[in-house]
Design a protein around this ligand. Structure first.
Ligand code: ZN
Length: 313
């Protein structure tokens, strides 16, 4: 295993996918290429030559003989599922326009239980959130929406039975740029500001409605344009068409692909998947999403050497 992946290397079609990832070794080599994009470098001695062990998921350093695990510290660790099953799940999760439900995935992969398929998707969603750390910039529409339950009347009423999602989306001419979505606990100024600050770069132009919860945006460094929405219930899509559009796409996706079967405590993960897909909607190759997802899945932050090495057997 001394030929790292060259650049952005991914299968274009299901046929290519199937031909390429026939076995565990092929999948492991692919992950190793993503984990060490510049080629293997031993975490202990910086040696660049290594070989793949015939069992397990380790590379052995040709210099000091240390075994470095390819999957330790990633979503692929501590699972008995074959990597090929993970890869198939990632392929289906990224390869369809609306993603896949756990029930569909269970059928397609032939995994034993719904719970296994659900856990697979859940972990893949966790990996989807990572690239979206870059905050939105330029001109941004921000608004909150309710997920679950039945919307009735004005803001706040009946909110206790619903999750509140803050939506922020960039204006790009008449179209949309990137979007960020996050659950917020309530409509307090603190919660709204925290959500905006997590999603939008200071200095950006932020359009909201006249809700008083947004009053602190200017002091927080944003160029804030509150827009009046008439008290008679003038719909939000008139003044913030993009945020409204994202909210309706989100709700349609939750009801369609997932048939509304989303628990509030998992909503953040679904929001991550929605944003991952939405923000890459112009990608010509589905395979590129597969590549990005696996790349993020093996990306590690602040993992000590001891966590990616394993004892020799
Ligand atoms: Zn070494």
């Amino acid at each position: 295993m001394d030929a790292p992946l060259a650049g952005c290397d991914y299968p274009r079609t299901l046929r290519e996918f199937n031909a390429r990832f026939r076995d565990e070794e092929a999948a492991l080599d692919y992950l190793a290429g993503l984990r060490w994009p510049g080629g293997f470098a031993c975490p202990a001695c910086a040696e660049t030559r290594c070989w793949r062990m015939s069992k397990g998921r380790n590379l052995r350093c040709a210099g000091c003989r240390l075994d470095a695990s390819v999957t330790a510290g990633t979503i692929f660790a501590d699972t008995r599922l074959p990597l090929t099953t993970w890869f198939q799940a990632a392929w289906y999760a990224t390869g369809t326009k609306h993603g896949v439900s756990a029930l569909s995935l269970q059928r397609v992969l032939g995994v034993g239980s719904y719970e296994t398929a659900w856990a697979l998707l859940h972990k893949l969603r966790r990996a989807m959130v990572r690239p979206d750390r870059d905050r939105l910039a330029g001109e941004v529409e921000a608004d909150e929406t309710y997920v679950g339950g039945v919307a009735t009347g004005k803001r706040g009423r009946g909110a206790a039975k619903k999750a509140i999602v803050e939506v922020a989306v960039e204006k790009r001419g008449v179209g949309m740029g990137r979007a960020r979505l996050a659950c917020i606990p309530d409509l307090s100024a603190e919660s709204l500001l925290a959500a905006i600050e997590a999603a939008v770069e200071p200095g950006a132009v932020v359009y909201t409605d006249h809700f008083r919860g947004y009053a602190g945006l200017t002091a927080a460094g944003y160029i804030h344009y509150p827009t009046a929405i008439s008290s008679s219930g003038d719909p939000a899509h008139v003044v913030m068409p993009r945020a409204h559009r994202i909210a309706s796409l989100l709700k349609r996706w939750l009801l369609g692909t997932h048939q509304g079967a989303v628990r509030p405590q998992h909503l953040d993960d679904y929001l991550a998947e929605f944003a991952f897909r939405f923000n890459r909607r112009s990608s010509n190759h589905r395979g590129r999403l597969f590549y990005r997802l696996l790349e993020q899945a093996v990306h590690l932050e602040h993992v000590p050497v001891s966590a990616i090495t394993s004892s020799r057997s």
